[in-house]
Ligand binder design. Structure first.
Ligand code: ZN
Ligand code: ZN
Length: 292
């Protein structure tokens, strides 16, 4: 079943699991050791900063293990990429890897790149809204404002209600979509499952919490490797199912990451926190679908 699902880009949401050993993980983070570096520097391990920025769409860089010539040089391109990252996260765009920038890089976040359309867009920092769409403005056709969703047979029953609530929230807020739960997962538009890190469509990497597809894909997978909470209250060190579902449903409907830290579509969603839809998210959907 090499379905359409395998052909569509996946949106990776991953979060670092916060545990008692988290402090150690932070201390050992290679980026932390690079703090203070800037253009003109040559620092061992600097290529890891390049890899980080490349992963999220700020830099075109691939590290070849055989060629270290320029890997650890803080060049013009890295300077531009770092400034662009700092701009996206409303930091001082100095090009210096300062403490605030390092802290931002260590915050749990979604693994999907921030920069896809911003590269050829206008300077979004000066616009009022910060929502974003996929490069081709992927969205459901007008005939598909009534979407169906289903959970697979292995999906834990106790984890169903938060996702149902997330769909209801999106329906109420968009005043456009309706979401109907159906039994037959094969025929459903949106298919929700809990998957082990190694599974059929695409494996989860270590820190991937969930992934979902842009329209008209409809796969939405949570990672079984993490600890979850059902809400409505936050539970320390656990990831709130509804919060992550609201973010993933945003991707399923065609939203990309937002620059607004209050938006559900902001790339960082910390564990032990409960978050709802924001004006920016709703505005994004209304513009994408032409809803008044
Ligand atoms: Zn995301
Ligand atoms: Zn999957």
């Amino acid at each position: 079943m090499a379905s359409i699902g395998t052909l569509l880009p996946f949106i990776y949401v991953f979060f670092f699991f916060i545990s008692p050993s988290w402090g150690k993980v932070l201390d050992n983070n290679p980026i932390k050791h690079l703090q203070g570096c800037h253009k003109g520097d040559k620092v061992q391990g600097l290529y890891k900063l390049k890899l980080y920025l490349a992963k999220y769409g700020y830099l075109n860089y691939q590290h070849s293990p055989d060629d270290h010539t320029n890997a650890d040089a803080f060049d013009e391109e890295l300077d531009a990429a770092l400034k662009s990252y700092q701009n996206f996260y409303h930091l001082n765009a100095t090009g210096v890897l300062d403490e605030n920038t390092v802290s931002q890089m260590l915050v749990p976040r979604c693994g999907h790149p921030d920069k896809i359309i911003h590269q050829h867009g206008t300077n979004t920092l000066h616009t009022v809204s910060h929502y974003a769409f996929f490069p081709n403005k992927d969205k459901w056709p007008p005939s598909k404002s009534r979407l169906t969703y289903a959970f697979d047979s292995a999906y834990p029953r106790r984890y169903v209600p938060p996702v149902v609530r997330a769909f209801n929230t999106w329906a109420t807020s968009s005043k456009y979509f309706t979401f109907t739960r159906v039994r037959n997962i094969q025929g459903a538009d949106l298919k929700i499952s809990f998957k082990r890190p190694v599974h059929d469509d695409k494996n989860f990497e270590l820190n991937h919490l969930a992934h979902a597809q842009a329209p008209p894909g409809g796969l939405f997978h949570y990672n079984t490797a993490f600890k979850w909470s059902v809400g409505p209250r936050p539970v320390r060190n656990r990831f709130d199912l509804k919060t992550v579902a609201l973010h993933e449903i945003g991707h399923l409907l065609g939203l990309e990451h937002s620059q607004d830290p209050n938006a559900i579509m902001f790339a960082n969603i910390p564990p032990g926190a409960v978050k709802g839809l924001n004006f920016d998210d709703i505005q994004g959907i209304k513009v994408l679908y032409g809803i008044n």
